[in-house]
Design a protein around this ligand. Structure first.
Ligand code: THU
Length: 130
């Protein structure tokens, strides 16, 4: 079902800028109307200025005017599923319904797990502006 999104996340990994951790992450974000925005992690010598692949994808999409999202696929290495960090989950919660938005953690193209945002961030902070 998410084949194209998963392959986009795996493909996005090759642009990862991760000289400090050498941990390459790729993300692919699906809008509700079917567009895909990719992202990679972008590290920094200060460490603290590092941005995860998921937020790169979100910020690219949001800055292009997108506001409605269906799913995100996240891929790192083949040894493990890559789960989004707490900050990225909170960014997802800003724009995505926790009951519907899906997070696909990818080991390989045919070894993935699918979660709802509410399963990974059950009590996320919200100002309930929607
Ligand atoms: N990272 C991501 O890009 N996404 C995740 O879901 C987990 C961690 C990045 C941040 C950093 O560049 C590297 O992986 C190691 O933590």
């Amino acid at each position: 079902m998410y084949e194209k999104l998963i392959n986009s996340a795996l493909n996005a990994k090759k642009n990862s800028y991760s000289p400090y951790s050498d941990f390459k992450v790729g993300a692919a974000l699906l809008t509700s109307d079917g567009k895909i925005y990719t992202g990679t992690n972008i590290e920094n010598a200060t460490y603290g200025a590092t941005v995860c692949a998921e937020r790169t994808a979100f910020f690219k999409a949001v800055s292009e005017g997108e506001r409605n999202f269906a799913a995100i696929a996240v891929a790192a290495n083949e040894e493990d599923y890559c789960y989004p960090c707490g900050i990225c989950l909170q960014v997802m919660a800003e724009f995505c319904g926790a009951d519907n938005f899906e997070i696909i953690t990818v080991k390989t193209a045919d070894d993935c797990k699918i979660y709802k945002l509410k399963n990974l961030l059950p009590y996320g902070f919200s100002l309930k502006i929607y």
